[in-house]
Ligand binder design. Structure first.
Ligand code: SAM
Length: 266
């Protein structure tokens, strides 16, 4: 999959742990990911962390042009050598503060994400959901399992509620450590996020929602009447049909929306 130039860059680059660099090395896995993304000519797509271009190259073959956001200057130098500005628009910087909203509407976002910043990055990306068509990410399998978890289990938490509020999400397939250089210690998985349509969204104040969810899961073994004490009293929870003795993980997204609306109505 890599050109000869590309192979030389792969050999020369020493992976940087602080940038979460685990490079895909398996042509079969790369093909499977790109097939799942299904790039089409004319798609407006941005790849976060192109690295040594393992995914960038096949994406470009299908798209003709791609935006990338990369923080590592050495890798950016390699990308500039291999691709023309007509093929690749390189945004040098930190994806955590990158203004994805400035790229335009119907945006497709992809990336084998640096695992050390995956949660804040997902929250940052969620703020641009209105402009996004879909997102496909490689993440630690454990993080993906938390994203798609159903209420009631130990994996269901703040990440699940905050993202499920805004997106339909699906775990597509698992990728073993051997598909990367260096190999991470854990399994990875590909997840697809599609923003809910306006009609599917349960409108509520986003800031209050985030405050309620964060408080509820701040001590997940405690009852809601304790974790939400500062926000809502027991009688109000009962009036909403929510048991004050319940724990955060037993409530669904709609329950958190109802609590938020009750608070916002004050
Ligand atoms: N896409 C390549 C692949 O699949 O082989 C590299 C994936 S590697 C897991 C993560 C990539 O994200 C690296 O290229 C790393 O330099 C880049 N990266 C790390 N932190 C970043 C940040 N805050 N903003 C943008 N890129 C970042």
């Amino acid at each position: 999959m890599l050109s000869r130039d590309g192979e030389a860059v792969v050999r020369q680059h020493i992976p940087r742990k602080r940038f979460g660099q685990n490079f895909l090395n398996s042509p079969g896995v790369i093909r499977k990911i790109v097939a799942a993304i299904a790039p089409r000519p004319g798609d407006l797509m941005v790849e976060i962390g192109p690295g040594l271009a393992a995914m960038t190259e096949p994406l470009l073959e299908a798209l003709g042009h791609l935006h990338v956001v990369e923080i590592d200057r050495d890798l950016i130098a390699g990308l500039r050598q291999r691709f023309t500005p007509e093929q690749l628009t390189i945004h040098e910087g930190d994806a955590l503060v990158f203004d994805f909203g400035a790229m335009g509407a119907d945006l497709r976002v992809v990336g084998n994400l640096p695992y050390n910043i995956s949660t804040p990055l997902l929250f940052h990306l969620a703020t641009f959901a209105d402009q996004v068509r879909d997102m496909h990410f490689m993440l630690q399998k454990e993080v993906v399992d938390r994203m798609v978890a159903e209420p009631g289990g130990g994996e269901f938490g703040r990440l699940s509620v905050m993202l499920q509020y805004r997106f339909h999400m699906e775990r597509l397939f698992i990728v073993p450590p051997g598909a990367f250089t260096p190999a991470p210690k854990v399994d990875s998985a590909i997840v697809r996020l599609i923003p809910k349509a306006a009609g599917e969204l349960e409108p509520c104040d986003g800031e209050v929602f985030a405050r309620v969810v964060t408080a509820a899961f701040s001590q997940r073994r405690k009852m809601l009447r304790n974790t939400l004490r500062e926000l809502i009293d027991e009688a109000a929870l009962v009036a909403l049909g929510i048991a004050p003795t319940a724990r955060a993980e037993t409530l669904g997204v709609s329950d958190y929306v109802r609590i938020t609306r009750a608070l916002s109505a004050d």
